[in-house]
Ligand binder design. Structure first.
Ligand code: DC
Length: 233
């Protein structure tokens, strides 16, 4: 297969897009392990940038400062025992970027074209080199338009908020379900309505609603689609 840059594509790529909390990363990680693919969490890259802006007291509206800060940021991925680690200027910040505040900052700043441009080639290079399962918002539409399989994974706002709530409670963090639901709705709106690379399903994506399915059922469903798309079982 020839990719959009005219390079011969040797790898098998699975793109999973969808809104926050649909279960993309849990499912992508599990499937990647099952079929020995590299899992690439692109949200973590946007979170790493968001984390940098927060650490430097830069607000999402300060476009000029964000543009300048981009010059000083290097985001890389490393794998330890198959687990993705996100490095910001060489420092492992994989745990710090999981806070809600960082997710919201990532969402608010990922609308800038120069933020997206910074991460695009890293994502495309990984997919050209390796068999990847990559999750995000624009993977099927922008990053990997030639992916052999594209999945658009959704779930209702209520289901997604409840999952997030349970996760936080399990970690011993205090939280409010209504607040999480509001946060998720706002994030959906922002991610879907930005001008550049908004969250939307590619025309050739398979639509999967995970509201009524458990993790293993979704993993199995995607695995079956992948085999139909040419993955050797
Ligand atoms: O998937 P996540 O919640 O970790 O992503 C955090 C934010 O990063 C998300 O709200 C929007 C942005 N993002 C993006 O714009 N494009 C991607 N491919 C992945 C994430």
């Amino acid at each position: 297969m020839i990719d959009e840059r005219g390079w011969k594509q040797m790898s098998f790529n699975i793109a999973i897009d969808g809104p926050a909390g649909a279960g993309k990363s849990t499912i992508a990680k599990k499937l990647a392990k099952k079929i020995s693919f590299v899992y690439v969490d692109t949200g973590a890259m946007y979170r790493a940038m968001g984390y940098y802006f927060l650490q430097h007291g830069i607000r999402a509206e300060e476009e000029k400062k964000i543009r300048e800060a981009c010059e000083n940021i290097s985001v890389t991925l490393a794998y330890e025992g198959g687990v993705q680690k996100v490095l910001l200027n060489g420092e492992d910040i994989s745990d710090q970027i999981r806070q809600e505040e960082v997710g919201n900052m990532a969402s608010a700043t990922s609308g800038y074209g120069f933020v997206r441009a910074k991460l695009l080639s890293l994502q495309q290079d990984m997919a050209a080199q390796y068999d990847v399962i990559m999750d995000g918002r624009d993977i099927g539409t922008c990053v990997l338009p030639n992916a052999q399989l594209k999945i658009f994974l959704t779930a209702s706002v209520q289901v997604r908020a409840k999952r997030r709530y349970d996760e936080l409670v399990e970690k011993g963090e205090c939280c409010d379900l209504a607040e999480i639901e509001k946060d998720i709705s706002e994030r959906d709106y922002r991610d879907m309505h930005r001008e550049i690379a908004p969250l939307k399903a590619a025309e050739d994506a398979v639509m999967l609603d995970s509201s009524e399915l458990n993790i293993d059922e979704v993993v199995e469903a995607i695995y079956e689609y992948a085999k139909k798309a040419g993955l050797e079982a």
